[in-house]
Design a protein around this ligand. Structure first.
Ligand code: SF4
Length: 223
């Protein structure tokens, strides 16, 4: 993890991290951006979030938009029709049950339409500075298994296994480090193992073909 902390310097941050930074870690906007990010490219998530928050940045204002308007604003994120309905329903629930505030507990977050453990964990880490949660997405699941930290079949299993396999001081950073690494180096197919900062520590479990193309160089200024 220490090596990854250095190695990700200068690489593009995941979209939800960027949105969280630029929007003062607003819990509502982090929740909506994470919903939008599911199975969607980062650039698309970022642009759709900016369009949506440009029109409506709170549950109260977003609730006044129709599902059709939300669809238009978030297109072309994947499953934009479902996501627009979830967003509308989440705004209504936040207003009705939480006085317009985004809750700060896992149990309460999971009552919001479309919010699963991945979204809830990321909201708790980014917006509420939790140090006791790990957010597992497809990158974290894949890389933790390639590294041999755990042996699991689903992201849900991975989250629980990582609580047992890793030191608690790293929990809030696992998502940031492994998602950034997964998007730039340890990609789903053709991972860039020859250029990987932790290749000597990695048994590459399940990796059959690697890329010989090095990642773009990081300049000294960026480091
Ligand atoms: S050595 Fe390859 S499989 Fe292991 S973490 Fe690096 S890129 Fe991923």
């Amino acid at each position: 993890m220490r090596r990854l902390a250095v190695a990700i310097t200068g690489l593009e941050l995941p979209a939800v991290e960027k949105i969280s930074e630029s929007r003062a870690e607003d819990p509502f906007q982090v929740t909506i951006a994470t919903l939008l990010s599911a199975r969607t490219q980062d650039a698309t998530t970022f642009a759709a979030s900016e369009r949506l928050f440009g029109k409506a940045a709170t549950p109260e204002t977003m609730a006044t938009l129709t599902v059709k308007q939300i669809e238009k604003l978030i297109y072309p994120v994947s499953f934009y029709r479902y996501k627009a309905r979830y967003i509308k329903a989440t705004c209504a629930k936040l207003i009705k049950d939480f006085g317009g505030r985004t809750p700060a507990t896992m149990d309460e977050l999971l009552t919001l339409p479309g919010v699963g453990r991945k979204t809830a964990n990321l909201v708790l880490i980014l917006a509420y500075q939790s140090r006791t949660n790990i957010c597992v997405d497809t990158h974290v699941h894949r890389i933790a298994n390639r590294l041999g930290w755990i042996r699991t079949k689903t992201p849900e299993e991975t989250e629980q296994a990582l609580y047992r396999a890793t030191e608690a001081r790293w929990w809030p950073y696992i998502n940031l480090y492994l998602v950034t690494w997964g998007q730039n180096v340890c990609r789903p197919v053709y991972p860039r193992c020859p250029a990987c900062a932790i290749q000597d520590l990695c048994p590459r479990i399940g990796v059959t073909v690697v890329s010989k193309t090095p990642p773009p160089p990081i300049t000294l200024e960026e480091v």
